[in-house]
Design a protein around this ligand. Structure first.
Ligand SMILES: *Cc1c(COP(=O)(O)O)cnc(C)c1O
Length: 374
């Protein structure tokens, strides 16, 4: 059989798009880099695991139940969310991770010639989904490591459909406070959809941090993302959701792929939601980990950006990809930031003391090697 005529079949924007390459599984990586243990500090995962009740639900999930399709609209979870936030259950859409709800929103509002506006150095999936769907992603440079509200407003034109704000921002940890978010929403004045991605909301303690969901009644063009992957440690089960105005969500629902969220994830998320202890325990772990790492970084004389969230960004006196390989040989996996347009930076997930110590020790060794080669 002849090869398909890809040149004719494939849209130009797909030809241009480079696929994301995920990291290999642990066993493969250990073989590749010759290390016996591996600390994964690249994905902002929570090393404490899910809240105990969620763990119990997962343990008790009856295997025969996997033959049954899950609730197609995460019925019980949406009831619970509605009660928790004082909204209607139909104001929530649950997806296969917050990653999937990003695709829902872009599909619902964009068509050929449209654009979205976001930052140049933020969670890359907004940009990627827009581009591989054939829409322009307008990327506004950060100012002082934070989203630049005024420049974002200036990039809006007649074809702008969605503005994405990551609050707090991954990877810089900066955030807009209540007033700044309100001012932005007032300036947009309902003309575009404003998405506020609150993947790290549960880590933030500042009273002045805005809870986007509480603003939906006032701003019907606001859509808020949350995830169970970070604080609730259910990343492996893939579950996240969005909240918005009833009519807006009614539109977005049309683009959902039914049954994309599995039953174990739905039940575990439901059980995780009310555990305030877990949040306090995790925040405590993050506080200690950050203190340890930041103290050592200061001793090493390395600049870093430590804001909200369970991660810290560090500037290295060398290429981040070289550092990645050197750290891997010592069993520590971090995220290189060149892909986020921060060359020579790495992002470190804050974890337990043993992992933080392993990182600091490995990094100190690498820095010493670099400086002695100079
Ligand atoms: C991790 C992350 C997500 C995606 O989370 P999933 O629910 O695991 O898909 C979304 N936004 C930001 C900013 C994140 O860091």
């Amino acid at each position: 059989m002849k090869a398909p005529p890809l040149d004719r079949l494939v849209p130009e924007y797909i030809k241009r798009f480079e696929a994301y390459i995920p990291s290999k599984p642990d066993d493969e990586l250990k073989k590749l880099y010759g290390c016996t243990r591996l600390f994964r500090l690249n994905n902002n995962e929570n090393p404490l695991g899910p809240p105990p009740e969620a763990q119990e639900v997962i343990r008790r999930f009856p295997p025969p139940k996997t033959s049954i399709y899950p609730s197609g609209d995460a019925y019980h979870l949406r009831m619970k969310l509605a009660e928790k936030f004082g909204l209607h259950p139909d104001q929530f859409l649950v997806g296969n991770g917050a990653n999937e709800v990003i695709t829902f929103v872009i599909k619902a509002f964009c068509q050929e010639g449209d654009n979205i506006v976001t930052a140049d150095k933020t969670f890359a999936v907004y940009e990627w989904v827009a581009e591989f769907s054939g829409y322009e992603a307008r990327l506004v440079p950060l100012v002082d490591f934070g989203f630049d509200d005024e420049s974002m407003l200036r990039r809006i034109d007649g074809r702008t459909k969605i503005l994405f704000v990551c609050n707090p921002n991954n990877p810089t940890g900066t955030y807009w406070n209540k007033q700044k978010l309100r001012n932005f929403l007032d300036a947009v004045d309902g003309r575009q959809i404003v998405v506020v991605d609150e993947a790290y909301l549960e880590f933030v303690e500042d009273e002045d941090f805005p809870d986007g969901i509480s603003l939906i009644k006032e701003y019907p063009n606001l859509v808020v993302f949350r995830t169970f992957s970070k604080m609730y440690a259910l990343a492996g089960l893939r579950i996240g959701y969005l909240a918005g105005d009833l009519e807006v969500v009614d539109i977005i629902r049309r683009t959902c792929v039914v049954y994309s969220v599995n039953g174990v994830a739905q039940e575990a998320a439901l059980a995780a939601l009310d555990d305030k202890e877990h949040i306090l325990r995790t925040r405590d772990m993050v506080r200690r980990g950050k203190e340890l790492v930041c103290r050592e970084l200061q001793l090493l004389g390395l600049p870093f950006v430590s804001g909200e969230g369970n991660f810290v960004m560090i500037k290295l006196p060398m290429s981040d990809t070289l550092a990645y390989r050197a750290l891997m040989k010592k069993g520590v996996m971090i995220r290189t930031m060149t892909g986020f347009r921060f060359p020579n930076y790495i992002r470190l997930t804050i974890s337990l003391a043993d992992a933080m110590e392993a990182f600091v020790e490995a990094l100190a060794g690498i820095i010493k090697t670099v400086s002695s080669e100079k």
